[in-house]
Structures are given as C-alpha cells and as structure tokens.
Design a protein. Structure first.
Length: 125
C-alpha cells in the first residue's frame, strides 16, 4: 500500500556551483554515488542534480522531510539495466523503518537545466 509520494526538481546550475566548493559534494553524496555521477563526464551535473532531487523527494515521501537524515545515507544507483533505485543506510534506513515502510520506488528525468525525481514509498499492509 502506498504510504507516501514525493517529487522534487533541482536546477543543474546548483550542482555546477557546488562542484566549485571543495568538499561540498562529499557532504551530500555517498562516495559510490558521487563516483558514478562524476564518471559521466559532461553529464555529471545532470546526474548529480537528479540524485539530489531524489534525496529531497525521499524526504517528502516520508512526510518528515530530511530532518535528522544524513544525506549520504540516501544513495541513488542504477541497476544493471539502468533503472535507478534508492539504497538507504543509517539515519535514512531508521527513518524508513520508523515510517513503517519497506519499499522505495524511484523515477528520474532531466532535460537541459532541470532534473526531477519522484519517489513512492510503500508499507507492507
């Protein structure tokens, strides 16, 4: 049963600015997530923007926002077939369990200056 839905949009220029500030990306992105995004060359900022939008959308789907959640504890990765998924650890996993949910669905899209993420969380009932 669907428990929450979250949507967020991030302007790509935000990631362009963040990349210029030493250590900022490392504060918000899981190391593997950051490595994967930066390996995309000229598409890195689009990838980072979509992943950050997913983190924000996850907080909205929880209904609590990201208060108390370390953003690096929410990692976006792609499955072997390209499908994006959210993996949660530590504070994010605790928040998900507290919500009574166990499944997370993620959809990402981006075009030119914007990246959008939609997250749906489900509980077992």
């Amino acid at each position: 049963m669907i428990s929450g839905i979250g949507v967020d949009v991030v302007h790509v220029s935000r990631m362009e600015r963040w990349r210029k500030t030493r250590g900022l990306l490392e504060r918000y992105f899981h190391p593997q997530e950051l490595s994967d995004a930066l390996s995309r060359g000229s598409g890195a900022d689009l990838s980072l923007a979509a992943r950050f939008a997913a983190k924000e959308a996850f907080g909205k789907a929880l209904g609590t926002g990201l208060a108390g959640i370390v953003l690096k504890d929410v990692m976006v990765k792609n499955r072997h077939n390209g499908l994006p998924e959210i993996k949660v650890f530590g504070t994010a996993l605790e928040a998900l369990k507290k919500s009574g949910c166990s499944r997370i669905h993620l959809s990402l899209t981006h075009e030119r200056d914007n990246a959008i993420a939609m997250v749906v969380i489900e509980n077992e009932n």
